[in-house]
Design a binder for this molecule. Structure first.
Ligand code: C2O
Ligand code: CU
Ligand code: CU
Length: 437
């Protein structure tokens, strides 16, 4: 769905949907009846009107992940609650200098985000390049995971899976299990890849073919970077050129150890590990006549760099997992010792200022940290300065590690949130509120 004349009007109906996954009939959730929802194609400066219709059994809402849009009004307002059977109209305006790239949308109703995303509610947003670049055929690839029970319905998560962050048994590309993609020898395509998994980290590999990264999240590289592997933590997106070699190959995600929810035998020693094996996502077959050599990608503008900026405030956010207040079996997921409270204001920043935040993880597992509205520039990892200019809207904070980011609150006032993008952790309370004024 593409904007015309600077406006995109779209209806998103969130409802139970029928799907065929790996040849099996499945009952999932979907926007507009399918997995994933429609791709929204926008340009900087566009207005977007989303009419959300809630055909689910419980409340939902929709969030435009990574878009730099005002948190005022209903734009980035994840606090909007759309009851079952109700509708809600969102309106967003992308600033004229909105960065191009891949973004996405998903529900954000606190407490059911993981269940709804795991069920199938997600879709891609593409913000076009200001000057089109000749890249070859484009494919949007929304990667998600899901577990189906014997009856083909989406499996719920156990308490242990929620603590660890659930990972589905099946990893899907655009709702399909292990699809086959066909390219001609030497043919170049542009893949817009979204990690829409609730908790799964992706380490993408496609051996035998050339991968050139154009950008990740809203980051845009001046020239494409040759890579062997692309790591996408939950919520990250990659914009990548794929040039076919001569042989067929599989697109895989490699094992990633993101640690465990248990530490020091707190859970009686029952360690729940993240999925530890490679998964085949798709098969790429190469056949037919060789394609003409693709055109070079023109140099892109240099990204903004806040390393020389004057920092007006420094903060620390500490991510921890500990015993719940009740001393019971549920673990508390906290930022600076507190679980999410929508009525409490945790962080106040001045619009127009640049802040430096140190994200510290004192727990035994990784937490992918996401801030709404404003992208973050990574300036140090584990105390070592980052030499490259790296912008992300989801930053991984490794178990026991720390990352320092700078954030330019250059525009927009209003209230929004930051949180762990392992959506089970977010639902469990690893989220805070922020007001720019
Ligand atoms: Cu992708 Cu607050 O979310
Ligand atoms: Cu977001
Ligand atoms: Cu987390």
């Amino acid at each position: 769905l593409r904007s015309t004349g600077g406006l995109l009007e779209v209806t998103l109906s969130a409802a139970p949907a029928a799907a065929t996954i790996g040849g099996r009939a499945a009952s999932v959730l979907g926007y507009n009846g399918g997995l994933p929802g429609p791709t929204l194609r926008l340009r900087a400066g566009d207005r977007v009107r989303v009419a959300l219709k809630n055909g689910l059994a419980g409340p939902t809402n929709v969030h435009v992940h990574g878009l730099h849009v005002s948190p005022e009004g209903n734009g980035d307002n994840m606090a909007v609650m759309v009851a079952a059977g109700e509708s809600f109209d969102y309106e967003y305006r992308l600033p004229a200098n909105h960065p191009p790239g891949v973004y996405w949308y998903h529900p954000h109703h606190h407490g059911t985000v993981a269940d709804q995303v795991f069920g199938g509610l997600y879709g891609a947003i593409v913000v076009d390049d200001p000057t089109p670049i000749e890249t070859g055929r484009e494919r949007v690839m929304v990667i998600s995971d899901i577990t189906l029970d014997g009856a083909g319905t989406v499996a719920g998560a156990s308490a242990a899976q929620r603590m660890q962050g659930r990972e589905g048994d099946l990893v899907l590309v655009n709702g399909q299990l292990a699809p086959t993609l066909t390219l001609r020898p030497g043919e170049r395509e542009r893949w817009r890849v979204v990690n829409a998994c609730v908790s799964r980290y992706l380490r993408l590999r496609l051996d035998g073919h050339r991968l050139q990264l154009l950008g990740l999240d809203s980051d845009r590289l001046e020239k494409p970077a040759e890579v062997d592997e692309i790591v996408l933590v939950p919520g990250n997106r990659a914009d990548v050129l794929v040039t076919a070699g001569s042989g067929s190959a599989v697109l895989r995600t490699l094992a990633y150890d993101r640690g465990t929810a248990t530490s020091g035998g707190m859970m009686g020693g029952s360690r729940q590990r993240a999925t530890d094996s490679d998964v085949i996502l798709a098969t790429v077959t190469v056949g037919g006549d060789p394609a003409a050599a693709p055109a070079a990608v023109p140099r892109q503008p240099a990204p903004a760099d806040l390393r020389g900026a004057t920092v007006t405030a420094r903060r620390e956010l500490d991510f921890a997992m500990g015993m719940g207040m009740d001393g019971g079996s549920m673990m508390a997921f906290t930022i600076n010792g507190q679980e999410f409270d929508p009525d409490r204001l945790d962080t106040t920043v001045l619009a127009g200022s640049v802040e430096e935040w140190t994200l510290r993880n004192s727990s035994g597992m990784d937490h992918p940290f996401h801030l709404h509205v404003w992208p973050m520039q990574i300036v140090a990892q584990g105390g070592t300065p980052e030499m490259a200019v790296v912008w992300r809207d989801v930053v991984n904070v490794a178990a026991g590690g720390q990352v320092t980011v700078r954030i330019g609150f250059t525009d927009f006032a209003g209230r929004t949130v930051y949180h762990c993008h392992i959506l089970d952790h977010e639902d469990a309370g690893m989220m805070g509120t922020i007001l720019a004024r």
